[in-house]
Design a protein. Sequence first.
Length: 414
Amino acid sequence: MNEELLTIGQNAKTASFEISQLGTAKKNEVLLAFADALTANQEAILAANDKDMANSSSMPQKFVDRLKLTAKRIEDMATGLKQVAALTDPIGNIDTGFKNDAGLIIEKQRVPIGVIAMIFEARPNVSVDAAALTFKSGNAVILRGGKEALNTNLALVQVLRDVLKAQGINENIIQILHDTSHETADQLMHLNQYVDVLIPRGGAGLINAVLKNSTVPVIETGAGNCHIYVDESAQAKMAVDITVNAKVQRPSVCNAAEKLLVNAKVADKLLPQIAEALEDNGVELRGDDKARQIVSTIKPATDEDWSTEYNDLIMAVKIVDNVDEAIAHINQYSTGHSEAIITDNYTNARKFQQQIDSACVYVNASTRFTDGFEFGFGAEIGISTQKLHARGPMGLAELTSSKYVISGTGQVRQ
């Protein structure tokens, strides 16, 4: 085991006890100081990002978009920190309390998880989001970003660590690995004696590698093969606006829509309108035979298309006979992230929400809203597509565990 990594793990374990003892007022004070420091150090952060961007010429455009920082994106990070500071602190909350037959007072209390590790790809904002949420929820964090964003991540984390040091708080509450090699990442996945949970955030390859290799417990944040289903009662303008927004606004992120299903009863009328709007925005469409008969510019879709997360200006189109066929198709190919139905039919809307097996299910709204910031969490540490412990955007509550605290008056068990 890498000695430096062992030291980082030991430091994180020590720091996790210290952060767990900080009160809400102090944590909020530090979070606001984080926000001010990001703004004050904007020039240095952007300079570090420029170094990473200069090395990004061989990267796909979708990753370049994730990597690039602007003054606006730094300001958004600062805003997220302020929002996290304004959120209710879950630590110490009592989920339930009761007295048993022996007269013991038994309470289930929210507590920090301890040490959280994150392995993520070229999205520098993840460093700040993860630091904010783990800090407010009383956890220490070990960050391991991708090599593509190393300079930016190091600069961001250094700003936060400088604030901790200035506040007289253990700066090892937030640590980042300088070594971005696969070997070190693999060792982090086996650091069970110090790391309580590991959260991967990135593409399917990264997530699957962590799930396969980690002996540390993992919270799976999933890829987003997200769907839009246009029902037979859908309003045309709404169908166009939502589909374009879900696909085009930021195609490289996991809550962007990748598939479009259209009810056969309205496909002749609505699909040409939707396809024209998408193509006007540079989207390449791939579809089944029925879709291609309606819109001649749609390219043939392969079986692989239905399960692919493009993270690009590509969308696959399928014609379905009814809402039941749409639900069956989505449940077969979805990654369990976010799906939407566009409809004025209440019964179909409720059926869609009840029968779709995904973390977030929308009626008449874009899948792009699946986001901790939009859900009012201030930020998110990831979007979980698993069902144990956490599901959907993960905020403060999902970064806590529980323990039972029991008070007695001398009881012994008979």
